[in-house]
Design a protein around this ligand. Structure first.
Ligand SMILES: [Zn+2]
Length: 138
């Protein structure tokens, strides 16, 4: 006997399509955000695909991965991210001026100070959001 599956008067294929579309949209949002914050974009695509808005809230609440982020600077010539202490760009051979080197080192110092302040303040914004996201996942 042929059974025609319908949910709310619409064929099952329509709902499968909606679920897949929803997964792809949330997955790409999550992977985009994860990539910007220094987390694995593939893992977070899967997270967004299966958990939708919950994964999106979770990645939005996670702080930027400072360890990976603060050791990089952007080459003004080719826009590649390279080691912050480098004098020469490994991609295009651009030579950094003394001023640019100093700027980069100031960035390291300011990020270090930000991290220090964040660590010292227990009620910092990031921790609150982080806790909220984790309690949602629980
Ligand atoms: Zn370069």
């Amino acid at each position: 006997m042929f059974v025609k599956y319908e949910i709310f008067g619409l064929s099952i294929w329509f709902w499968i399509f909606i679920i897949l579309l929803n997964g792809i949209i949330f997955g790409s949002f999550c992977s985009n955000l994860a990539d910007k914050k220094g987390y694995s974009s593939g893992t977070w695509f899967a997270g967004g695909f299966f958990f939708g808005i919950i994964a999106l809230i979770a990645i939005a609440g996670l702080p930027v991965k400072w360890e990976e982020f603060n050791n990089l600077k952007e080459c003004p010539d080719c826009r590649e991210m390279i080691n912050i202490y480098a004098n020469v760009c490994k991609y295009c051979g651009y030579r950094f001026t003394k001023e640019e080197q100093q700027e980069a080192l100031q960035k390291v110092l300011s990020i270090f100070l930000c991290k220090f302040i964040l660590l010292l303040s227990p009620s910092s914004f990031y921790r609150k959001v982080d806790f909220f996201a984790l309690s949602l996942l629980d």
